[in-house]
Design a protein around this ligand. Structure first.
Ligand code: ACO
Length: 461
């Protein structure tokens, strides 16, 4: 069972490619055409001759030549027959979108489908899933139209999700903010490929540096935790586990057929495996992006700001989240004192004042990057001021690309600020609207680095 057949196929059949643009099979086929997929795509539908100027085949068995992978979007009653045809054709990877199996109590049929897959060495994702995206290979079987759900650019965060809906929210956020992804896999009922198989694959996937996951249950919790513990030695796992309350457990069972487990037991086990557990979808996204920063030497931070109040709020949250405000080296203070007006205090947060411009930020950043007492830099930019111009963005992108220390940005504001934040994000700089979220995410990152590199795993807060 090799995931390359679904993630990097050279040819794909879309089974159930409907003539009707409002149907799922049509959207999947259209997305393959529009995503720039470089291999062959074959629409399969016995009831039409062609779709979107492409000849349609009644069955995969009618396609001349080999097919490596298939996406199935036909009603549940046809799935077994179609899967047998796929096996006969020698197809080695299947993404099964169709619902109507274990999540509605139809366990027997799901087992039969799983057996067809395993008997024939087919890597089966699904059933009851949204599809997957490999931005590098331009493989996109997600059944949501591109005009409604933007696709993320190529990046280093992989996201696996038992739920299609959760998956679509996170990829929408990522695409909107310009945060790249290495893989997205919605795996639904996990009839064959489950979260542990996906983790094993992503652990060895060179394109993936951070793994984000949404799970309702782990099919084999013991093995999942063992693989997770091995994986977190190499790359972080940020995870949301739902189905923790009585109501949640019931909802998970009817959603993906998952038998969710006790909350405390899971959380304790996640901690042991060094998994970073989060509670909200926005946290999943906000935490994942900071883990792509260079590893900090410790928990001392500098806060650089052009707004005193936001600096103070950030300092408060930093301390509550176990971060330490660095005492700047004397040479840093001397350098800054020479260049800055007398109303700029040489303290941390370093308040560059309401008339700060790009030059002042540059002087401060140059000094703080060299200061051994500073391990990470939080830059607050309030773009509303008259003196702060957009060239400060180029400066920070340049400094961040040196990859000496983590640099994160806090910027709070409306439309103009939002545009600037997107530029930071699409250049790999984690950017936040909230000092609370920014300092908590940085704290988790520092905890992970301390734990993996220095064996110090005590929580920072
Ligand atoms: N081979 C190929 N094509 C076939 C076959 C066959 N054996 N039999 C029928 N078809 C064609 C049909 O003719 C039709 O094409 P047409 O519209 O041109 O006539 C096409 O396949 C689709 O068949 P429909 O009967 O129209 O089915 P429909 O598109 O309405 O539904 C679907 C199929 C989408 C798979 C549905 O059964 C389903 O499962 N929907 C839910 C999907 C879902 O929510 N997945 C999980 C999401 S993620 C999550 O939240 C966990």
């Amino acid at each position: 069972m090799d995931l390359k057949y679904v993630l990097e196929p050279e040819s794909v059949a879309v089974i159930g490619a409907s003539h009707d643009p409002s149907k799922i099979g049509h959207v999947i086929f259209k997305n393959f055409l529009e995503s720039g997929f470089r291999g062959q795509v074959y629409p399969i539908n016995p009831n039409i001759d062609g779709i979107l100027n492409t000849k349609c085949y009644p069955s995969v068995l009618d396609v001349p030549g080999e097919i490596e992978s298939a996406v199935i979007a036909v009603p549940a009653k046809f799935v077994k027959e179609v899967m047998r045809e796929c096996a006969q054709k020698g197809i080695k990877g299947i993404v099964l979108i169709t619902s109507g199996f274990s999540e509605i109590g139809n366990v027997k049929e799901e087992e039969e489908i799983a057996k067809i897959a395993t008997d024939n060495d087919i890597c089966l994702i699904g059933s009851n899933c949204l599809g997957l995206i490999n931005p590098t290979a331009r493989v996109d079987s997600v059944f949501l139209p591109m005009y409604k759900l933007k696709r993320p650019k190529v990046g280093k965060i992989a996201f696996i999700s038992q739920s299609g809906a959760v998956g679509s929210c996170v990829i929408d956020l990522a695409a909107e903010m310009g945060v790249g992804m290495s893989k997205f896999i919605s795996y639904g009922n996990a009839a064959v490929v489950n979260e542990t198989h996906l983790l094993e694959y992503l652990k060895n996937d060179k394109a993936t540096k951070v793994i984000a996951a949404y799970i309702e249950t782990a099919k084999d919790a013991k093995r999942f935790l063992k693989v997770a513990k091995e994986t977190t030695l190499e790359k972080p796992i940020i995870l949301i586990k739902s189905g923790k309350t009585k109501g949640g457990v019931k909802a998970a069972a009817s959603h993906t057929g998952a038998l969710a487990g006790a909350s405390e037991v899971y959380s304790a086990a996640f901690r042991q495996a060094r998994i970073i557990e989060v509670e909200s979808l926005t946290d999943l996204f906000d935490y994942s992006k900071i883990f792509l920063q260079p590893a900090p030497e410790g928990n001392s931070i500098a806060i650089l700001t052009n707004g005193g109040g936001v600096g103070v709020i950030t300092a408060d949250w930093a301390e509550r989240h176990g971060l330490k405000l660095a005492d700047f080296e004397q040479k840093t203070k001397t350098k800054l004192r020479e260049k800055f007006p007398s109303y700029v205090n040489m303290s941390n947060p370093l308040d560059l004042a309401g008339d700060a411009d790009t030059e002042r930020y540059e002087t401060a950043l140059n000094a703080l990057m060299e200061d051994k007492n500073v391990h990470s830099i939080i830059i607050i930019l309030l773009f509303q001021t008259v003196s702060l111009t957009a060239d400060v963005i180029d400066l920070i992108i340049k400094k961040s690309s040196e990859r000496k220390k983590p640099i994160i940005v806090i910027s709070i504001g409306g439309g103009y600020t939002r545009i600037n934040k997107e530029i930071f994000e699409s250049n790999g700089i984690p950017t936040y609207s909230s000092p609370f979220v920014a300092t908590r995410a940085l704290s988790k990152f520092i905890w992970y680095i301390n734990c993996i590199k220095r064996g110090i795993c005590a929580p920072l807060f």
